[in-house]
Design a protein. Structure first.
Length: 169
């Protein structure tokens, strides 16, 4: 069962990369890549947001004029599955510090890539919102473990053990 969850997690990671980094058509990405020079890095630094809560505050202030809800909710919701799936793929490192550290590492990788590639814009608020989404996912994972303790045991079983477990129960 865990093999399928690992596969689902890999598909999820690839989907996140596609949606966040490679969201534009190939032709547009190719045109952006053709402009890569030192100037692109300096341009990325100029448009980056390094001030925590600046973008979040702006979205709240101009909620009626911008697609604020979509941006705020989207940045949170896209990482909820990370907080649920990551601990299910690991038997040894499934605590919150491990989930948070891996979510932070993944999000930082995306944001730094956007900073230096011009395939998006670096925003520290995206890091905050994405990690908050992973936290919400982890809370959902923990609550579901408490509500359905047998489910967690089944997921952590290997294929052979799973068949024996079903025969006994």
């Amino acid at each position: 069962m865990r093999k399928w969850i690992k596969l689902l997690f890999v598909v999820y990671i690839l989907l996140v990369i596609k949606v966040i980094i490679f969201k534009y058509p190939f032709e547009q990405l190719y045109a952006i890549a053709q402009t890569w020079q030192k100037d692109v890095i300096l341009e990325g630094l100029g448009s980056a947001n390094f001030i925590p809560f600046k973008t979040i505050k702006m979205y709240i202030e101009y909620a009626d004029k911008l697609n604020s809800v979509e941006n705020l909710a989207g940045n949170i919701l896209v990482f909820v599955p990370f907080g649920i799936l990551f601990p299910l793929t690991r038997s040894d490192k499934s605590g919150f510090p491990d989930v948070f550290a891996n979510a932070l590492f993944f999000v930082l990788g995306i944001e730094v890539f956007q900073l230096f590639s011009a395939f998006g814009a670096f925003d520290v608020d995206d890091i905050i919102l994405n990690c908050f989404g992973a936290l919400l996912g982890y809370i959902a994972y923990r609550k579901s473990r408490d509500l359905f303790p047998g489910f967690d045991k089944i997921i952590r079983m290997e294929e052979e053990e799973y068949g024996a477990y079903l025969e006994k129960n």
